[in-house]
Design a protein around this ligand. Sequence first.
Ligand code: NAD
Length: 441
Amino acid sequence: MQETQPRISETTTLIVERESQGSHLLRDATAHVRAAAKRLGLDDGLLQVIETPEREINVALPVEMDDGTIHVFKGYRVQHSRLLGPAKGGFRYHPDVDIDEVRGLASLMTWKCSLLNLPYGGAKGGVSVDPTRLSTSEQARLTRAYAAALAPFIGSRVDVPAPDVNTNDKTMGWFLDEYERVTGTYDPAVVTGKPIALGGSEGRGESTGRGVALTAKLMLARVGIPLDEARIVVQGYGKVGFDAVRFLEEAGCKIVAISDVSGGLYNPDGLDIARINEHVANHPKRLLEGYIGEDAEPISNADILLLNCDALIPAALEGQITGANAAFVRARIIVEGANGPTTSEADPILASRGVLVVPDILANAGGVVVSYFEWLQGLQGQRWTLADVRERLDTMMTDAFNTVVVRADAEGITLRQAAFLIALERVAIAAQLRWHVAARS
Ligand code: NAD
């Protein structure tokens, strides 16, 4: 082998080779859908059509590393459903990514898109990798390998990826460029969450946090807590948590605790968010770590979930509020910024204690709504203003919120049960019309 050729590495430390550990996301999504199907009296065969992922793609991604070695990463894409339109969903780079996690997240996208009445099915993707161990150029090559491997299976009318955990607008720019290179097309609507200069939308970056803040405000109003008296706790200070805090603070709420992977900060009288943001902006990894101030005391990520507050917003990871800690949650409402932060064991415990949960498929849908706006702009060669995007987003989120609340009240069920009922019903009608079978037994 010539010296200039990439060498196959003898070590495989960057390849995450392990058996699937399963995922509570998949298990819980299935449980919520089956409960909704039972309530709707859905035909078993039709439910199978709806539940079974349409297509699952496993890809090997050989990437030349900066030191000349080659590593092969495992990538996945699950197109769960295209009954309502092209499959839609992000892809993430994380060591825990496996096929079950991607399946669960893809299924959630189907219900989220349906609930928001978007002309989309659901998908999700991911690569099993620790991106903090890759240089920027290695991340670019990995993204290009992933885009090239998926190119035959995606498209603006087939499956439209977007950013998720550890992927961002820069990732989408590389992805778009590689897709257009291998297909020989110009097709900006094939991905969303792109840089604005490559056809991204104004307001996409803030959209999930804005939607989380909006649903929190709507829910606070519903339980009669004035915004200027509301005490908010946010776990996770990344893309979602940061903007949720920004919009809630703007609305007059008191942010009493926030946290990130490095730990949390707490002040029952309200944190000095501007000062904390200055610290984060100057931290090399943009973390809360090392923040010193008399205005805040440290708090762990486990304890932050149990603080006395009006709204708790888990905006970091899945599986945070579980059968083990749900009985100790003292929040009046929970607004799920993250995907799957509450397990199905926690749900009945919270409900029995009167804790109201705004489910992820509603609360964090702002991102996919503005992705839809970006897709429309891409297909039509249009550019919308930030004011347009915000107004349309707020209208769609408010409509979805009201629809869920009305259904929950009418049937005496939780907001999550109502959200899954509405989402499944729409998909079932589409499936029935396509399959010419009875939707109800
Ligand atoms: P991100 O990577 O930008 O931020 C994640 C945050 O969680 C960071 O502050 C990180 O430090 C923190 N964190 C990581 N591990 C933690 C731990 N063990 N304890 C406490 N905090 C921890 O990711 P994001 O885009 O903000 O996504 C957060 C969640 O929201 C994920 O579940 C994601 O799937 C979901 N979500 C994101 C979007 C979006 O548009 N970004 C849309 C819908 C749902």
